[in-house]
Unconditional design. Structure first.
Length: 354
Protein backbone atom coordinates (compact mmCIF):
# COMPACT_ATOMS: atom_id res chain seq x y z
CA UNK A 1 0.00 0.00 0.00
CA UNK A 2 0.99 3.59 -0.45
CA UNK A 3 1.35 5.84 2.53
CA UNK A 4 -1.98 7.24 3.71
CA UNK A 5 -2.03 11.00 4.34
CA UNK A 6 -4.34 12.39 6.98
CA UNK A 7 -5.41 16.00 7.52
CA UNK A 8 -8.32 17.82 9.18
CA UNK A 9 -11.23 15.46 9.65
CA UNK A 10 -15.00 15.74 9.72
CA UNK A 11 -17.03 13.42 11.87
CA UNK A 12 -19.15 10.90 9.98
CA UNK A 13 -20.65 7.46 10.36
CA UNK A 14 -18.90 4.72 8.38
CA UNK A 15 -19.76 1.54 10.20
CA UNK A 16 -20.87 -1.99 9.44
CA UNK A 17 -21.76 -3.89 12.59
CA UNK A 18 -24.43 -4.57 15.12
CA UNK A 19 -26.03 -1.51 16.69
CA UNK A 20 -26.09 -0.80 20.40
CA UNK A 21 -26.19 2.33 22.49
CA UNK A 22 -25.98 1.01 26.05
CA UNK A 23 -23.60 2.73 28.39
CA UNK A 24 -20.87 0.65 29.99
CA UNK A 25 -22.13 0.17 33.52
CA UNK A 26 -18.83 -0.87 35.06
CA UNK A 27 -15.69 1.23 35.20
CA UNK A 28 -12.20 0.39 36.37
CA UNK A 29 -12.03 -0.58 40.02
CA UNK A 30 -9.23 -1.10 42.48
CA UNK A 31 -8.89 -3.93 44.98
CA UNK A 32 -5.95 -3.89 47.39
CA UNK A 33 -4.28 -1.33 45.20
CA UNK A 34 -4.72 -3.47 42.07
CA UNK A 35 -6.94 -2.37 39.21
CA UNK A 36 -8.76 -5.56 38.27
CA UNK A 37 -11.52 -4.50 35.88
CA UNK A 38 -11.11 -3.36 32.29
CA UNK A 39 -13.88 -1.81 30.20
CA UNK A 40 -13.49 -2.65 26.52
CA UNK A 41 -15.66 -0.94 23.92
CA UNK A 42 -16.00 -3.16 20.85
CA UNK A 43 -18.14 -4.19 17.89
CA UNK A 44 -21.34 -6.16 18.43
CA UNK A 45 -20.57 -8.94 15.95
CA UNK A 46 -20.19 -12.58 17.08
CA UNK A 47 -20.18 -11.59 20.75
CA UNK A 48 -20.11 -15.18 22.02
CA UNK A 49 -17.02 -15.99 19.94
CA UNK A 50 -15.32 -12.75 21.01
CA UNK A 51 -15.87 -13.63 24.66
CA UNK A 52 -14.62 -17.21 24.25
CA UNK A 53 -11.61 -16.59 22.01
CA UNK A 54 -10.45 -13.11 23.02
CA UNK A 55 -11.87 -11.96 26.34
CA UNK A 56 -11.81 -15.07 28.52
CA UNK A 57 -8.18 -16.07 27.73
CA UNK A 58 -6.96 -12.58 28.67
CA UNK A 59 -9.04 -12.61 31.86
CA UNK A 60 -7.56 -15.96 32.89
CA UNK A 61 -3.98 -15.03 32.10
CA UNK A 62 -4.13 -11.70 33.94
CA UNK A 63 -6.61 -12.45 36.74
CA UNK A 64 -8.87 -9.58 35.68
CA UNK A 65 -12.49 -9.01 34.74
CA UNK A 66 -13.44 -7.42 31.42
CA UNK A 67 -16.70 -5.57 30.92
CA UNK A 68 -17.78 -5.16 27.29
CA UNK A 69 -19.42 -2.04 25.89
CA UNK A 70 -21.07 -3.27 22.69
CA UNK A 71 -22.26 -1.25 19.70
CA UNK A 72 -21.41 0.09 16.28
CA UNK A 73 -18.24 2.09 15.79
CA UNK A 74 -19.82 5.50 15.26
CA UNK A 75 -22.16 5.34 18.26
CA UNK A 76 -19.46 4.15 20.63
CA UNK A 77 -16.96 6.72 19.38
CA UNK A 78 -19.43 9.57 19.82
CA UNK A 79 -20.31 8.40 23.33
CA UNK A 80 -16.67 8.14 24.35
CA UNK A 81 -15.81 11.53 22.86
CA UNK A 82 -18.70 13.36 24.49
CA UNK A 83 -18.54 11.69 27.89
CA UNK A 84 -15.16 11.83 29.67
CA UNK A 85 -16.74 9.73 32.44
CA UNK A 86 -17.79 6.90 30.14
CA UNK A 87 -15.39 4.55 31.91
CA UNK A 88 -13.98 3.19 28.66
CA UNK A 89 -10.41 1.86 29.00
CA UNK A 90 -9.94 0.37 25.52
CA UNK A 91 -11.89 1.18 22.36
CA UNK A 92 -11.94 -0.75 19.09
CA UNK A 93 -13.10 1.33 16.11
CA UNK A 94 -13.41 1.40 12.36
CA UNK A 95 -10.54 3.30 10.78
CA UNK A 96 -12.51 6.46 10.01
CA UNK A 97 -13.60 6.97 13.62
CA UNK A 98 -10.13 6.13 14.91
CA UNK A 99 -8.68 8.69 12.51
CA UNK A 100 -11.11 11.31 13.81
CA UNK A 101 -10.15 10.49 17.39
CA UNK A 102 -6.47 10.85 16.57
CA UNK A 103 -7.09 14.27 15.03
CA UNK A 104 -8.99 15.28 18.16
CA UNK A 105 -6.08 14.09 20.35
CA UNK A 106 -8.28 11.70 22.32
CA UNK A 107 -5.93 8.73 22.54
CA UNK A 108 -2.79 7.64 24.35
CA UNK A 109 0.23 7.37 22.03
CA UNK A 110 1.03 3.71 21.38
CA UNK A 111 4.59 2.66 20.54
CA UNK A 112 6.77 -0.46 20.63
CA UNK A 113 7.98 0.70 24.03
CA UNK A 114 4.57 0.32 25.66
CA UNK A 115 3.14 -2.28 23.20
CA UNK A 116 6.07 -4.56 22.21
CA UNK A 117 4.07 -6.66 19.73
CA UNK A 118 3.79 -3.61 17.47
CA UNK A 119 7.12 -4.86 16.09
CA UNK A 120 5.21 -7.80 14.59
CA UNK A 121 2.69 -5.71 12.62
CA UNK A 122 2.63 -5.85 8.82
CA UNK A 123 4.06 -2.87 6.96
CA UNK A 124 0.57 -1.76 5.92
CA UNK A 125 -0.66 -1.95 9.51
CA UNK A 126 2.33 0.08 10.68
CA UNK A 127 1.41 2.81 8.20
CA UNK A 128 -2.00 3.07 9.83
CA UNK A 129 -0.37 3.17 13.28
CA UNK A 130 2.05 5.88 12.12
CA UNK A 131 -0.90 7.96 10.95
CA UNK A 132 -2.07 8.10 14.57
CA UNK A 133 -5.23 6.04 14.04
CA UNK A 134 -4.22 3.38 16.55
CA UNK A 135 -3.02 -0.21 16.50
CA UNK A 136 -4.64 -2.22 13.68
CA UNK A 137 -6.27 -5.43 14.90
CA UNK A 138 -7.93 -6.55 11.65
CA UNK A 139 -8.07 -5.64 7.98
CA UNK A 140 -10.91 -6.14 5.54
CA UNK A 141 -11.58 -5.27 1.92
CA UNK A 142 -14.38 -5.48 -0.62
CA UNK A 143 -15.11 -7.91 -3.43
CA UNK A 144 -18.00 -9.26 -5.52
CA UNK A 145 -20.24 -12.14 -4.45
CA UNK A 146 -22.66 -13.65 -6.95
CA UNK A 147 -24.82 -16.66 -7.79
CA UNK A 148 -23.41 -17.91 -11.09
CA UNK A 149 -26.42 -20.14 -11.80
CA UNK A 150 -28.73 -17.11 -11.73
CA UNK A 151 -26.33 -14.73 -13.46
CA UNK A 152 -25.54 -17.20 -16.23
CA UNK A 153 -21.84 -16.40 -16.51
CA UNK A 154 -18.75 -15.69 -14.45
CA UNK A 155 -17.95 -12.27 -13.01
CA UNK A 156 -14.28 -11.44 -12.66
CA UNK A 157 -13.83 -7.66 -12.79
CA UNK A 158 -15.42 -4.60 -11.23
CA UNK A 159 -16.37 -3.34 -14.68
CA UNK A 160 -18.57 -6.42 -15.13
CA UNK A 161 -21.06 -4.90 -12.68
CA UNK A 162 -21.99 -2.27 -15.28
CA UNK A 163 -23.04 -4.91 -17.85
CA UNK A 164 -26.61 -4.55 -19.17
CA UNK A 165 -27.48 -8.18 -18.42
CA UNK A 166 -27.22 -7.45 -14.68
CA UNK A 167 -30.12 -5.01 -14.72
CA UNK A 168 -32.09 -5.26 -11.48
CA UNK A 169 -29.78 -7.90 -9.97
CA UNK A 170 -27.19 -6.05 -7.88
CA UNK A 171 -27.01 -4.89 -4.26
CA UNK A 172 -24.39 -2.39 -3.13
CA UNK A 173 -23.49 -1.10 0.35
CA UNK A 174 -24.97 2.16 1.54
CA UNK A 175 -22.57 5.09 1.36
CA UNK A 176 -22.72 5.52 5.15
CA UNK A 177 -21.32 2.06 6.00
CA UNK A 178 -17.69 0.96 5.90
CA UNK A 179 -17.89 -0.71 2.49
CA UNK A 180 -19.78 2.20 0.89
CA UNK A 181 -16.90 4.65 0.40
CA UNK A 182 -14.63 1.76 -0.62
CA UNK A 183 -17.00 0.99 -3.49
CA UNK A 184 -17.18 4.70 -4.35
CA UNK A 185 -13.43 4.46 -4.94
CA UNK A 186 -14.12 1.53 -7.29
CA UNK A 187 -16.69 3.66 -9.16
CA UNK A 188 -14.07 6.40 -9.48
CA UNK A 189 -11.67 3.90 -11.03
CA UNK A 190 -14.40 2.80 -13.48
CA UNK A 191 -14.89 6.46 -14.41
CA UNK A 192 -11.11 6.79 -14.83
CA UNK A 193 -11.07 9.67 -12.35
CA UNK A 194 -9.88 8.73 -8.86
CA UNK A 195 -12.04 9.99 -6.00
CA UNK A 196 -9.12 11.97 -4.59
CA UNK A 197 -8.89 13.97 -7.84
CA UNK A 198 -12.43 15.39 -7.88
CA UNK A 199 -13.96 14.58 -4.47
CA UNK A 200 -15.99 11.78 -6.02
CA UNK A 201 -17.85 13.69 -8.76
CA UNK A 202 -16.96 11.23 -11.53
CA UNK A 203 -17.59 8.30 -9.20
CA UNK A 204 -21.18 9.44 -8.61
CA UNK A 205 -21.69 9.74 -12.36
CA UNK A 206 -20.51 6.13 -12.64
CA UNK A 207 -23.01 5.15 -9.92
CA UNK A 208 -25.73 6.89 -11.89
CA UNK A 209 -24.77 4.73 -14.87
CA UNK A 210 -24.87 1.66 -12.63
CA UNK A 211 -28.24 2.52 -11.10
CA UNK A 212 -30.41 0.43 -13.49
CA UNK A 213 -28.53 -2.65 -12.28
CA UNK A 214 -29.00 -1.78 -8.59
CA UNK A 215 -32.11 -3.32 -7.09
CA UNK A 216 -31.14 -2.92 -3.42
CA UNK A 217 -28.76 -1.09 -1.11
CA UNK A 218 -27.94 -2.45 2.33
CA UNK A 219 -26.46 -1.47 5.68
CA UNK A 220 -25.94 -4.88 7.31
CA UNK A 221 -24.38 -8.11 6.08
CA UNK A 222 -27.30 -10.00 7.60
CA UNK A 223 -29.71 -8.05 5.39
CA UNK A 224 -27.62 -8.92 2.34
CA UNK A 225 -27.63 -12.59 3.28
CA UNK A 226 -31.44 -12.49 3.42
CA UNK A 227 -31.57 -10.82 -0.01
CA UNK A 228 -29.56 -13.64 -1.55
CA UNK A 229 -31.58 -16.31 0.20
CA UNK A 230 -34.89 -14.80 -0.92
CA UNK A 231 -33.66 -14.32 -4.48
CA UNK A 232 -34.00 -10.52 -4.39
CA UNK A 233 -30.42 -10.15 -5.61
CA UNK A 234 -27.94 -12.41 -7.35
CA UNK A 235 -24.88 -10.11 -7.29
CA UNK A 236 -23.50 -7.83 -4.58
CA UNK A 237 -20.53 -5.78 -3.51
CA UNK A 238 -19.55 -6.94 -0.03
CA UNK A 239 -16.85 -6.58 2.61
CA UNK A 240 -15.06 -9.88 3.07
CA UNK A 241 -16.13 -10.27 6.71
CA UNK A 242 -19.70 -10.72 5.48
CA UNK A 243 -18.96 -13.46 2.94
CA UNK A 244 -19.32 -16.42 5.29
CA UNK A 245 -22.72 -15.19 6.44
CA UNK A 246 -23.97 -15.03 2.85
CA UNK A 247 -22.52 -18.41 1.95
CA UNK A 248 -24.23 -19.93 4.95
CA UNK A 249 -27.59 -19.05 3.40
CA UNK A 250 -26.50 -19.38 -0.25
CA UNK A 251 -23.82 -22.12 -0.40
CA UNK A 252 -23.35 -21.86 -4.17
CA UNK A 253 -22.44 -18.16 -4.03
CA UNK A 254 -19.02 -17.30 -5.46
CA UNK A 255 -16.78 -14.62 -3.96
CA UNK A 256 -14.17 -12.94 -6.14
CA UNK A 257 -11.67 -10.14 -5.58
CA UNK A 258 -10.78 -8.71 -9.00
CA UNK A 259 -7.17 -8.93 -10.11
CA UNK A 260 -7.29 -5.18 -10.74
CA UNK A 261 -7.34 -4.67 -6.98
CA UNK A 262 -9.57 -3.75 -4.10
CA UNK A 263 -9.72 -1.21 -1.25
CA UNK A 264 -9.02 -1.84 2.42
CA UNK A 265 -10.25 -0.74 5.83
CA UNK A 266 -8.46 -1.42 9.11
CA UNK A 267 -10.16 -1.82 12.47
CA UNK A 268 -7.92 -0.39 15.19
CA UNK A 269 -7.68 -0.32 18.95
CA UNK A 270 -6.86 2.68 21.14
CA UNK A 271 -6.72 3.78 24.77
CA UNK A 272 -8.69 6.95 25.56
CA UNK A 273 -6.70 9.49 27.53
CA UNK A 274 -9.52 9.38 30.09
CA UNK A 275 -8.86 5.68 30.84
CA UNK A 276 -8.24 5.04 34.51
CA UNK A 277 -6.54 1.69 33.85
CA UNK A 278 -3.95 2.40 31.18
CA UNK A 279 -1.36 -0.16 32.30
CA UNK A 280 -3.80 -3.04 31.97
CA UNK A 281 -5.18 -1.52 28.76
CA UNK A 282 -1.68 -1.62 27.25
CA UNK A 283 -1.39 -5.29 28.18
CA UNK A 284 -4.72 -5.98 26.50
CA UNK A 285 -3.68 -4.29 23.26
CA UNK A 286 -0.35 -6.15 23.25
CA UNK A 287 -2.32 -9.38 23.67
CA UNK A 288 -4.82 -8.44 20.92
CA UNK A 289 -2.05 -8.23 18.33
CA UNK A 290 -0.04 -11.20 19.57
CA UNK A 291 0.54 -14.00 17.09
CA UNK A 292 -1.55 -16.48 19.07
CA UNK A 293 -4.56 -14.21 19.54
CA UNK A 294 -4.46 -13.02 15.92
CA UNK A 295 -4.32 -16.59 14.63
CA UNK A 296 -7.24 -17.62 16.83
CA UNK A 297 -9.53 -14.81 15.70
CA UNK A 298 -8.48 -15.21 12.07
CA UNK A 299 -9.95 -18.70 12.09
CA UNK A 300 -12.96 -18.16 14.37
CA UNK A 301 -14.02 -14.61 13.48
CA UNK A 302 -13.01 -14.54 9.79
CA UNK A 303 -10.80 -11.50 10.43
CA UNK A 304 -7.59 -11.10 8.47
CA UNK A 305 -4.59 -10.74 10.81
CA UNK A 306 -2.39 -7.66 11.09
CA UNK A 307 0.44 -9.60 12.78
CA UNK A 308 2.92 -10.63 10.09
CA UNK A 309 3.97 -13.71 12.07
CA UNK A 310 0.55 -15.32 11.57
CA UNK A 311 0.57 -17.99 8.87
CA UNK A 312 -2.75 -19.20 7.45
CA UNK A 313 -3.44 -22.18 5.24
CA UNK A 314 -5.32 -21.70 1.98
CA UNK A 315 -8.47 -22.89 3.72
CA UNK A 316 -7.98 -20.59 6.70
CA UNK A 317 -7.25 -17.55 4.52
CA UNK A 318 -10.27 -18.01 2.25
CA UNK A 319 -12.36 -14.84 1.88
CA UNK A 320 -9.86 -12.74 3.83
CA UNK A 321 -7.58 -9.79 3.07
CA UNK A 322 -4.50 -11.97 3.31
CA UNK A 323 -1.64 -12.96 1.04
CA UNK A 324 -2.10 -11.92 -2.58
CA UNK A 325 -5.39 -10.19 -1.84
CA UNK A 326 -3.72 -8.09 0.85
CA UNK A 327 -0.97 -7.23 -1.63
CA UNK A 328 -3.50 -5.71 -4.04
CA UNK A 329 -5.68 -4.05 -1.41
CA UNK A 330 -5.22 -0.29 -1.76
CA UNK A 331 -5.69 2.35 0.95
CA UNK A 332 -8.39 4.98 0.98
CA UNK A 333 -8.02 8.48 2.36
CA UNK A 334 -10.22 8.58 5.45
CA UNK A 335 -9.50 12.28 5.86
CA UNK A 336 -11.15 12.93 2.51
CA UNK A 337 -13.98 10.52 3.27
CA UNK A 338 -14.74 12.15 6.60
CA UNK A 339 -14.63 15.62 5.07
CA UNK A 340 -16.91 14.72 2.16
CA UNK A 341 -19.39 12.41 3.86
CA UNK A 342 -22.17 14.95 4.45
CA UNK A 343 -22.07 15.95 0.79
CA UNK A 344 -21.83 12.33 -0.34
CA UNK A 345 -24.85 11.30 1.71
CA UNK A 346 -26.89 14.07 0.08
CA UNK A 347 -25.75 13.04 -3.39
CA UNK A 348 -26.43 9.39 -2.59
CA UNK A 349 -29.95 10.06 -1.36
CA UNK A 350 -30.74 12.17 -4.43
CA UNK A 351 -29.42 9.45 -6.73
CA UNK A 352 -30.82 6.34 -5.08
CA UNK A 353 -34.17 7.68 -3.92
CA UNK A 354 -35.24 9.40 -7.14
Amino acid sequence: MKKIVYATLGLCALVLGACGNSEANTSSSTVNGKEDTLVVSTFGLSEDIVKKDIIQPFESENDVKITLDIGNSSDRFTKMKNNPNSGIDVIELAQNNATQGAQDDLFVKLTEENVPNIAQLTDNAKEVLDSGAGVPIAVNSIGIIYDEAKVGHKISDWSDLWAEDLKGKIAIPDISVTAGPLFLYVAGDYAKTPVVKDDGKAAFKALEELKPNIVKTYSKSSDLANMFQSGEVSVAVVADFGVDMIKASTPDATYVVPESGTYANFNTVNIPKTSQNQELALKFINYRISEQSQKTKATSLNEAPTNKEVVLTDEESANKTYGEIANRAKPVDFTLINQQMTSWVDQWNNLMNN
